[in-house]
Design a binder for this molecule. Sequence first.
Ligand code: SAM
Length: 218
Amino acid sequence: MSQPPLKLPDSGPMTDTLPDGRLSAPSAERNAAAIFERLIGYVPTGGMVLELASGTGQHIAAFAPSASDVTWQPSDLSAERMGSVEAWRAYVNAPNLQSPVQFDASGAWPQFPDLGLVYVVNLFHLITNEDASAVIRGAAAALNAGGHFFIYGPFRNEGKFRSDGDAAFHASLTAQNVAIGYKDLEWMQAELMQCGLSLAAVHEMPANNLAVVARKGG
Ligand SMILES: C[S@@+](CC[C@H](N)C(=O)[O-])C[C@H]1O[C@@H](n2cnc3c(N)ncnc32)[C@H](O)[C@@H]1O
């Protein structure tokens, strides 16, 4: 990836670097409880849950111990992130939390057995439409029939931003790369449908974010 790292509002100082190698991002700290409250409704009764773009790893480390009858699999594109994800894994010491897998969610996916839920937090606005479509295709192909894809982040409705802050954030992203930025909910729905996923729910989340949930197989 030859692009320089994006400047994001509060991912700048991923500063809380703990002595054991865990990174702690303020945004992940803030939104974890609200995300889990919604996500838990889609966690299958067995099999595997895959997190894309795990980042620091603190979300999945917070979630896995509370749903111990499923295997939680972290992943990220970045080799640099693997150390922090692994450090969070050691810290929570949950037997159902796997070591992270490094892969590009917009590229070829490794095989994941018995995948009932794929979730991703704060990725779609940071990638191009083309890459977002590829991520949706990857999730749709990898999920079990009846499985869910849970996508949390900031979105637009028919080109309209949900707040002035969202419009400013989108502008700051497109100033860095004109091909990235907020996705329209209507565009998301069409892309999901094209891949055999149907929109199951759109949950309002704190700070104007949404959790868009799609189901494989209607
Ligand atoms: C803003 S961070 C979000 C991290 C975490 N989900 C959170 O909410 O704290 C975006 C993450 O997406 C990862 N990422 C970017 N493009 C990706 C891709 N194509 N496939 C997988 N991960 C990707 C980055 O390495 C980074 O860790």
